[in-house]
Design a protein around this ligand. Structure first.
Ligand code: RB5
Length: 154
């Protein structure tokens, strides 16, 4: 897929930051899909986590960006969906290394935690960094094994 496609979603708390990041990423040349929410009316973040992650897992996007008040609710919900590796990040270093080492495919941000400038920088590094593979692929495969109901402790 070229350019990279990013699907974004938020609840009401993340609505305005989600819109700002959508417009920012689009201006940077990324293809964006907005999976809602579409207003600042109160709504439930797990619904929007699932909407974006289904689009991601269907292969219609390369990465997901999920925004709620803290980023935590979105990450908890997203990580319940097999195949999603969601990282809640408040700094650029973590966002970079969760792509390099964890092959995270969803970034979760807290709109009540981060200013828009830092959120942009975090989103930027996340979407532009590639998975390193190698020994990290073996570890991500271990996560997949746990996810599939297996154990690493045999
Ligand atoms: C909504 O008030 C808030 O709980 C939600 O956006 C999120 O922070 C949950 O983790």
């Amino acid at each position: 897929m070229d350019p990279k496609t990013v699907v974004l979603a938020s609840d009401h708390a993340g609505y305005s930051l989600k819109n700002a990041l959508r417009d920012y990423l689009a201006s940077e040349g990324y293809a964006v899909i907005d999976a809602g929410t579409d207003s600042s009316a109160s709504c439930d973040y797990p619904v929007y986590a699932e909407k974006a992650c289904r689009i991601l897992l269907a292969g219609d996007a390369d990465l997901a960006l999920l925004v709620c008040g803290t980023g935590v609710g979105m990450s908890l919900a997203a990580n319940k969906i097999p195949g999603v590796r969601a990282a809640c990040c408040s700094d650029v270093y973590t966002a970079k290394f969760t792509r390099l080492h964890n092959d995270a495919n969803a970034l979760c941000l807290g709109a009540r935690v981060l200013g828009e400038g830092l959120a942009r920088e975090i989103a930027d590094i996340f979407v532009s960094t590639e998975f390193e593979g190698g020994k990290h692929a073996r570890r991500v495969d271990m996560i997949r094994k746990i996810e599939a109901g297996g154990t690493l402790l045999d």
